[in-house]
Design a protein around this ligand. Structure first.
Ligand code: AMP
Ligand code: MG
Length: 326
């Protein structure tokens, strides 16, 4: 039995593009997630549009997961016109407190506060980045892993020991997903660019691009500019995509390997939306295989932004008494 046994937490994610709600039940281990994605019509994520998306969709995704837990409990309430009573079903409300786009964070925070008040349960403020890492550690069952967080706006390598994460290496400029997305915006592809680069790279031949690892840190802004230039100079876009993936992912793999070596850990966990890329997972798995380490990547729905990871970390924080006044 773990400290968070018997807890049901409703999680709300609202840092950028995902208006998402989830219910995590620590007894069964089930995580029920509902997400509405904001896809910009052109360009990258626009903070005001993203916030409008949150305002429209957070109430509906929350209602959807609550409705499903009512169904599970066999109490499809509300038919007689009365407010359904969910207060017995949920022990705490957790929300993504940051980092993220300010206008989105305000909406996620306000929704979570209102809901905690309505259900009369404690409120838990979750760090979105730690949630990306913790959900992988949770499903992997690893004790002291090295964690690679390959997200849109971030890229870090961390070591987990004695209940704490320590940053071992990180990007010196842009996040890894943002770098890829800026290149795809330059060639006129819609957001998000990552999946399109992955598809195009399969048809391409490798081209050299700048490889920048300094100690435990990496940099993506130079490679992004070089990729744009190479495309402008007539290199087929598939070839640039192939070079971009091979170079960026090799950098992440090198630093992850160095972190395993430095820390003596034999476990690697992947997190973040870029982790949905097959080639990245293949490189990391092969590096781990060669050094006899275990590699774990959660399902894709827990790699990209999602409220399941907020609910899972929220349950651990709630069990540890880390709640906020509404
Ligand atoms: P996150 O912020 O963790 O939700 O991750 C979002 C980022 O993941 C965006 O920058 C996407 O372009 C990127 N992404 C999504 N799918 C893929 C993929 N298959 N390959 C590379 N990047 C991806
Ligand atoms: Mg994220």
């Amino acid at each position: 039995m773990t400290a968070d046994d018997g807890i049901r937490v409703l999680g709300i994610e609202g840092t950028a593009w995902a208006a998402s709600a989830a219910v995590y039940d620590s007894t069964t281990g089930s995580v029920d997630v509902e997400t509405e994605a904001y896809v910009p019509e052109s360009g990258g994520l626009h903070p005001r549009e993203a916030a409008e998306h949150m305002a429209t969709h957070l109430p509906t995704v929350v209602e959807t997961v609550l409705e499903r837990t009512r169904g599970e409990r066999g109490s499809p309430a509300g038919d007689d016109g009365e407010e359904p009573d969910d207060s017995a079903a949920i022990d705490a409300v957790a929300f993504s407190r940051g980092p993220g786009l300010g206008p989105c964070l305000r909406l996620a925070g306000t929704s979570a506060r209102a809901l905690a008040q309505r259900l009369d349960v404690p409120l838990v403020g979750v760090n979105h980045m730690v949630a990306h890492l913790e959900v992988g550690r949770h499903f992997s069952g690893f004790e002291d892993p090295v964690c690679l967080n390959a997200s849109g706006a971030n890229a870090h390598v961390l070591g987990y020991r004695d209940g704490r994460y320590r940053v071992l290496g990180e990007t010196m400029d842009t996040g890894v997903g943002n770098a890829i997305d800026k290149f795809t915006r330059h060639v006129g592809w819609s957001h998000p660019g990552g999946p399109k680069v992955e598809r195009a790279a399969r048809e391409g031949a490798y081209v050299d691009l700048p490889y920048v690892v300094k100690g435990m840190d990496f940099s993506f802004s130079g490679i992004m500019s070089a990729a744009k230039q190479s495309y402008d100079n007539g290199t087929p876009v598939e070839d640039v995509c192939c070079g971009l993936q091979e170079t960026i992912f090799a950098m992440l793999t090198e630093v992850s390997e160095r972190a395993l070596s430095l820390s003596g850990s034999t476990e690697l966990v992947l997190g973040g939306g870029v982790g949905q890329n097959d080639r990245l997972r293949e490189m990391l798995a092969s590096m781990c295989d060669q050094r006899g380490a275990d590699f774990f990547a959660p399902e894709a729905r827990f790699l990209r932004d999602n409220a399941g990871m907020i609910a899972v970390l929220g349950a651990k924080m709630y069990a540890a008494g880390e709640t906020l006044p509404v």
